[in-house]
Design a protein around this ligand. Structure first.
Ligand code: SAM
Ligand code: SF4
Ligand code: SF4
Length: 349
């Protein structure tokens, strides 16, 4: 396996593949209803990469060092026959892990087929256990019980441990931390608290809305003592803590207050085949154009190698520095340094 290093000596190891830019939720922090309304122009079907195109690119990425792929979106389970893509990816030599990030709304019906196809792990996003809070956050009134049924189905299908992602937003769901921790303790699931991030340009992000991971940790720790755990692998984004009473573990994803750019080995492929080397990138590299222009594997591999080799991205680390340099601006609650970034629903989380 090749090790392609970027300008900061980071290898390419993970590929996040967005299979659709559509979603049946309108989470206010990701696809606010006011902007992603009826008239919003989602990608037409012909512009999406086909499964064959995704698998071909994935094979070339494996040759550059990728061992893990994650399917995401939009809501990836809206893409018809996703299990067929999982099966095709599972046949590629060199991929050790095929994961899925989903809002869980359709997981109860799909978990078994996905596991049978070769999915190895699933992460389900769930921001609260209270229907009113959750319904307001997903902004389509989607009930908690159906997501919990999806989590149960994933566990029954052997996709364990199931990870549960909770985006914490000040004044919206930060009163739900302990209730969430209690629900997923002792069940073998790993709850991960995520700091609200300034992805895209549409979610009205302000620093005041971010609940720092240290504060989240303090709240949970005051109720159930915790101890730090070693990362599962180099470059793991979540910091792990174990409940001292043996009830399992939690994770904290502190992308705003403790950026982890130094270990970032992730590339992202949008649903229409653009390669992004950072979640906060302004520009993607059009690999679909190369595929559809009939380029050879060798030519496409050379282009992706060039892109990764030129990579310098460290957006979150730079934002943290600029926040420290401009505290008065940050505490104003204003958005810091805002060029036009891509939306999370397009590029995948
Ligand atoms: N629809 C799927 C889901 O929600 O799990 C997959 C795509 S979603 C963009 C991937 C992850 O990004 C989810 O866990 C979601 O909560 C997280 N996310 C979206 N916007 C975010 C933001 N502004 N800050 C932090 N996390 C965010
Ligand atoms: Fe959809 Fe996931 Fe974004 Fe929510 S976070 S709007 S479920 S893509
Ligand atoms: Fe990676 Fe960019 Fe996030 Fe830093 S900001 S961790 S480089 S995706």
């Amino acid at each position: 396996m090749a090790t392609t290093l970027d300008q900061r000596a980071r290898p390419l190891r993970d590929l996040r593949i967005s299979v659709t830019d559509r979603c049946n939720f309108r989470c206010s922090y990701c696809m606010p209803k006011e902007l992603f309304g009826r008239d919003f122009a989602f990608l037409p079907r012909a512009e999406l990469l086909s499964f064959e195109e995704i698998v071909r690119l994935s094979r070339l990425f494996v040759e550059e060092g990728v061992t893990k792929v994650r399917l995401t979106g939009g809501e990836p389970l809206l893409r018809r026959d996703l299990e067929r893509l999982v099966e095709m990816l599972a046949r590629l030599d060199g991929i050790t892990d095929i994961a899925l990030t989903t809002n869980g709304s359709m997981l109860a019906a799909k978990a078994r087929a996905l596991a049978d196809a070769g999915l190895t792990r699933v992460t389900v996003s769930l921001d609260a256990l209270d229907d009113e809070v959750f319904g307001a956050m997903n902004d389509v009134g989607f009930p908690v019980a159906r997501v919990l049924a999806g989590i149960d189905a994933a566990a029954d299908a052997g996709l364990t441990p199931v990870k549960v992602n909770m985006v914490v937003r000040r004044g919206v769901n930060d009163h739900c931390l302990l209730e969430m921790a209690e629900r997923f303790r002792c069940r073998g699931h790993v709850l991960r608290f995520i700091e609200f991030m300034d992805v895209g340009t549409t979610n009205d992000w302000t620093l005041e809305d971010v609940v720092p991971a240290a504060e989240i940790l303090g709240t949970v720790e005051a109720r159930w003592p915790l101890e730090p755990q070693q990362p599962n692998y180099k470059g793991e984004v979540a910091t792990r803590y174990r409940y001292r009473d043996g009830a399992g573990e939690i994770g904290l994803i502190a992308s705003v207050t403790q950026p982890f750019c130094g270990g970032c080995t992730r590339a992202r492929l949008s649903a229409d085949g653009k390669l992004f080397t950072c979640l906060f990138a302004r520009r993607g590299h059009d690999l679909r154009a190369l595929l559809r222009a009939g380029m050879s594997d060798l030519e496409i591999a050379e282009r992706t190698r060039e892109i990764w080799t030129a990579r310098t991205d460290r957006y979150s680390a730079e934002r943290a520095i600029s926040e420290r340099a401009m505290p008065e601006r940050a505490s104003d609650g204003q958005t810091i340094e805002e060029p036009a970034k891509v939306e999370m629903s397009y590029i995948g989380g």
